[in-house]
Design a protein. Structure first.
Length: 649
């Protein structure tokens, strides 16, 4: 038989609440009664709220640590519900208004005593898929700390997961959330993913926490926490040690996960540089348990198993017969350095199987990303890493293959895979553009809103006022820039197409960025077609599109990184007519002078990264009758390819 605690200040209130309970052992009392110190743990608590809530708050504060997982039913006056929500913000509860209808209270108690509902079929399927993927990716790793992370007795200990991007850090966080913790709560609760890369204000980190629905337990995953600025890392350390700020989360059980890169040799406070490293205090707060995932290049014995399983999953997903991998194919996979780790391996297998029907698949069929030939690295004696022509044949820009499509019926026009000039972006392109605009505007609005909320209580703080003026000013300028870009793209009707010297345009845009290129020691290699440099389009629109792409690419390339830009005229490259292809490729440097850049991921210039410049450029290029494609399958490199109509050379 269930045991129910019923608490109310007034005897009449307790009696009214007891009428809604049947078939249970009931313990009645006031919030300050000593009997609740010695009473056995209840199956549910019914707490009536009255007055200023002070006695009830003190009661919850006193007993809730030993009642974790116990359901609560709060019974407030209807007029005080908002105040109740603010004050009892960490308690998982149901609400029944006072005075309660006995039937309503009985329904609430039955729901509370039923406990966690059975998992749905979709949830069970996701858990099975997660377990299978974990077993495949990480099942062979000998990590004693991983077993401890799954220990029910350590279900509240923070977990820090270190490793290179693509090694399965996020997979491990999801697995521990799903299968760690006490048996009655494993997999329950909510996993909140907090992306830290690119965050500039605490408000953007708190937004996912504030948006989460009320739950009894949370796992908070700080993704790429080592990329945060020092001041934000220090704020996060306070959240881990003392709990999130008021109003950000409501749960009695919180577990912190964090993913970060490999640990640097020096992690002391005196040596801390703050550049993609964990602030020592935050590292200490998170490192109750630490699991380090080795890179794929140190797991060469697992590559054959991983590749075969990836091929089997791809074949099954696409209803194709499984194709074997030859010995020379497996050896080529073992010899590859895998900077993108497991994620790159799966991408290579998928791209290879999609591009060939061979069985067995041999080494010559493998489609490694970036196989088009990277620009050569300058020698040590070269004076500066600034704009220089590319060496001959560092990369070739081949015309796109003719589309494989059936011949049109007699008298019917041939279908076109490329839109005519002036065509509006497709539905998918519009969705990407809208998503990018929403992202670019929402981020500054989050920080503005956060500052505004803090303004009344921090108005007298001169440091806060200075930060308010600087941050909000930058955010407002960014919103104005986004609006201006949209107006420039949509303000006028499409102009008449004219020949545009793209080579000269790109040279001018690169020259405008020369100071930034020199300051960050970037290597910009160019191979521009000057014999037939023209594309057909609106000069202003094309300038805006290329300027946005170049500006974003240069901003994302790490210091001492590489940017390669080329153009080539093709007589039958676009819809069977002449085209000018422009290729923009940027990557981290392979320079021996910057060894840390080898293992550091670079951001993607892609719709998934909400790059507004990409979406605007795509819309502009399509309106000029061209195409824009993007390849980010290699985590170390992003490639943008633009094909524009061109006059005949």
């Amino acid at each position: 038989m269930a045991t129910i605690w019923i608490i109310h200040r007034d005897e009449g209130g307790r009696t009214a609440l007891a009428r809604g309970v049947d078939s249970a052992i009931v313990v009645l009392g006031a919030p300050g009664d000593d009997l609740f110190h010695s009473a056995g743990a209840p199956d549910a608590v019914v707490l009536g709220l009255a007055g200023d809530f002070e006695a009830e708050l003190e009661f919850v504060h006193r007993v809730s640590p030993r009642l974790r997982g116990c359901p609560w039913i709060l019974v407030p006056e209807p007029a005080s519900v908002d105040e109740m929500r603010r004050l009892f913000d960490t308690l998982p509860y149901q609400i029944v208004p006072f005075p309660p209808q006995p039937r309503a209270l009985r329904r609430a108690l039955r729901a509370a005593l039923q406990g966690r509902p059975a998992d749905s079929l979709s949830r069970r399927l996701r858990r099975d898929q997660l377990a299978a993927r974990f077993g495949l990716w990480l099942g062979d790793i000998d990590a004693p700390e991983l077993l401890r992370a799954l220990d029910p007795g350590l279900a509240r200990v923070p977990l820090l997961i270190r490793g290179e991007p693509g090694t399965g850090r996020g997979l491990l966080a999801r697995y521990v959330h799903a299968f760690g913790g006490p048996p009655d709560r494993a997999g329950s609760g909510t996993l909140i993913q907090v992306p830290c890369r690119g965050a500039v204000a605490a408000g953007s980190l708190l937004a996912p926490l504030r948006a989460a629905a009320a739950d009894a337990a949370y796992s908070i995953w700080l993704e790429d926490v080592d990329t945060l600025a020092p001041r934000l890392q220090q704020q996060v350390r306070d959240w881990v040690e003392f709990g999130p700020p008021e109003g950000a989360l409501r749960a009695p059980l919180v577990r912190w996960f964090a993913t970060a890169g490999e640990e640097f040799a020096s992690a002391s406070a005196s040596d801390w540089s703050g550049d993609h490293e964990l602030e020592p205090g935050l590292a200490y707060a998170l490192s109750g348990l630490t699991v380090c995932i080795p890179p794929l290049r140190e797991r060469s014995g697992a590559i054959e198993r991983l590749a075969v399983n990836a091929a089997l999953r791809w074949s099954t997903a696409h209803d194709q017969t499984f194709r074997h991998l030859s010995e020379d194919c497996i050896q080529a996979l073992r010899d590859h350095p895998w900077p993108g780790n497991l994620a790159e391996l799966e991408a290579v297998v998928a791209q290879t199987l999609a591009s060939t029907g061979a069985d067995p698949v041999r080494a010559i069929h493998l489609r490694f990303s970036g196989g088009g030939g990277a620009p050569a690295e300058p020698g040590e004696n070269e004076p500066a890493r600034e704009i220089a022509p590319a060496r001959p044949a560092t990369a070739t820009i081949e015309p796109p293959p003719e589309p494989l499509e059936p011949a049109p019926a007699s008298g019917s026009p041939k279908s076109e895979s490329v839109p005519d000039r002036g065509a509006a972006p497709s539905g998918e392109a519009w969705r990407r553009l809208v998503g990018a605009v929403a992202h670019e505007i929402r981020n500054p609005l989050v920080s503005i809103r956060t500052f505004v909320e803090l303004l009344p209580e921090r108005l007298d703080d001169p440091e806060f006022r200075e930060g308010f003026a600087r941050t909000v000013g930058d955010d407002v300028r960014r919103i104005e820039q986004v609006v201006t870009q949209l107006q420039e793209m949509t303000g006028d009707a499409p102009a008449e197409a004219k020949p545009v010297d793209v080579a000269a345009l790109l040279e001018t845009l690169l020259d405008e960025q020369r100071n930034q290129i020199r300051a960050r020691h970037l290597l910009v290699l160019r191979e521009l077609d000057r014999d037939a440099p023209h594309a057909m389009g609106d000069p202003d629109s094309l300038r805006s599109a290329f300027a946005g792409l170049l500006e974003r690419a240069l901003a994302l390339v790490p210091e001492r990184g590489d940017l390669y830009i080329a153009s080539r005229h093709h007589e039958s490259g676009l819809r069977g007519g002449p085209s000018l292809r422009v290729l923009l490729r940027y990557s981290a440097s392979a320079s021996e002078a910057a060894p840390d850049a080898r293992s550091a991921p670079i951001p993607e210039l892609s719709p998934s990264a909400a790059a507004l410049e990409f979406s605007l450029a795509e819309a502009t290029v399509r309106s000029q009758g061209g195409t824009l494609t993007l390849d980010t399958s290699d985590p170390r490199e992003s490639v943008v390819v633009i094909d524009l109509p061109a006059p005949r050379a």
